[in-house]
Design a protein around this ligand. Structure first.
Ligand code: SF4
Length: 390
């Protein structure tokens, strides 16, 4: 069985997520909470984050969970912020003792927004992991995706991250781009293999409602890659990366041994997390009382800043998880990862067997699920058909 590196071994971890909801332009397939500001409100946004954090950390409910094993800046495009702005957030969180000494600190970067000086400065502020939104190493596909960067920009960002000192670099790749052949997809995978980043995420392109691509698809203006081709692209990508020494530790994520993303593993294993920033989500585990509380912040960046700066908090929505919701979540998230669901922990938490909580009882006989060393796991077939399980 694969082992989790680092601090996260079960659902008792904790992470901090900081959302930066700004981008230079809106990609036509993107449904993330991001906006294109006329002028980047860097100072105001960072002040709002610091106010929100200062207020959240006083909450007794968070006390048992800090120190966090990971801090993750996601977006949007976090690398639109200056290194000193990101550094000031890292420092404010660290100075309050909220980070474990060897915490994984990640910043997502867009290749066109960084250079060697930028990355060196981030490294100097204690950031120790970079996730590069390369998406593809084909100029044609980057054009189809209307990305602002070129293949050369992505390669340069990767080399700059290495030169700046980063020993933990991730690359994101998208497959099933309209017009993309299987050979073109594998060519991007092979380029990633040659670069040898510690972490590679592979995502099939989705057509979400409300996005340009979603509308173009329903208007017949764009043709999506057939489902079977998409599935074979996924399988071929996983096979090529696995043969290259990468562990397929979560449906969309592979890494060299020892480099599973702590931030993501904490999430999949049901650990708690504090989300800061516009639209960020938080989850505070029940700690033996109840099944945990989920919160999400005000989505709109302007309203978020106003509320956080005025009152120190910007929670838009809070809910206590019911037992049924918590069971479904534990199964859905846990099964995504190679560690699966710890059956004893599940039994102790919910007083029932995880198999009994599954909505579809034929998953074992259909060959999608198995048990191994006390864990409920997806089989290889199940990994490919995860979306059919729920
Ligand atoms: S850069 Fe990322 S977050 Fe921003 S619009 Fe494009 S896909 Fe969305």
């Amino acid at each position: 069985m694969l082992r989790v590196p680092g601090v996260v071994k079960s659902g008792d971890g904790f992470g901090i997520y900081v959302h930066i909801p700004f981008c230079r332009s809106k990609c036509p397939y993107c449904d993330f909470n991001s906006t294109v500001p006329g002028e980047l409100p860097e100072a105001r946004y960072v002040s709002a984050l610091l106010r929100e954090f200062a207020s959240a950390i006083k909450e007794p409910r968070y006390a048992p969970y800090l120190k966090a094993g990971s801090l993750y800046f996601g977006g949007g495009t976090p690398s639109l912020l200056s290194p000193s702005a990101i550094g000031s957030v890292v420092e404010a969180i660290n100075v309050r003792g909220a980070l474990a000494p060897a915490a994984e600190i990640t910043v997502e970067v867009n290749p066109v927004t960084v250079d060697i000086h930028y990355l060196k400065a981030l490294y100097g502020y204690g950031v120790n992991r970079i996730s590069i939104g390369a998406q593809s190493f084909s100029g044609n596909q980057l054009k189809t995706l209307e990305r602002a960067h070129s293949t050369v920009d992505a390669l340069r960002a990767y080399e700059d991250a290495r030169s700046a000192g980063f020993k933990n670099v991730g690359l994101d790749l998208i497959f099933a781009v309209p017009g993309q052949s299987a050979a073109e997809w594998i060519s991007s995978v092979e380029t990633a293999l040659r670069l040898r980043p510690e972490h590679i995420s592979i995502y099939g392109l989705t057509y979400e409602e409300g996005t340009d691509f979603g509308e173009r698809l329903s208007g017949g203006l764009i043709e999506r890659v057939p489902e079977e081709t998409e599935l074979s692209m996924f399988k071929e990508g996983v096979t090529a990366l696995s043969s290259g020494g990468y562990q397929h530790y979560e449906i969309s994520n592979l890494s060299l041994p020892g480099f599973w993303s702590r931030h993501n593993m904490n999430y999949w294993l049901g650990g708690g997390y504090m989300g800061l920033g516009a639209g960020a989500h938080s989850f505070i585990p029940g700690g033996g009382v109840g099944y945990g509380v989920r919160r999400s912040n005000e989505l709109d960046a302007e309203r978020y800043m106003k509320r956080a700066l005025e009152g120190g908090e910007a929670v838009g929505f809070t809910e206590e998880l019911s037992r049924e919701e918590a069971m479904t979540e534990a199964l859905m998230l846990g099964l995504r990862s190679a560690l699966g669901v710890d059956m004893r922990a599940f039994r102790e938490r919910f007083g029932t067997e995880p198999e009994d909580a599954l909505s579809r009882k034929s998953l074992f006989s259909d060959g999608l699920l198995c048990t191994k060393e006390g864990r409920l796991l997806l089989t290889d077939k199940g990994l490919n058909l995860y979306n059919e399980i729920y």
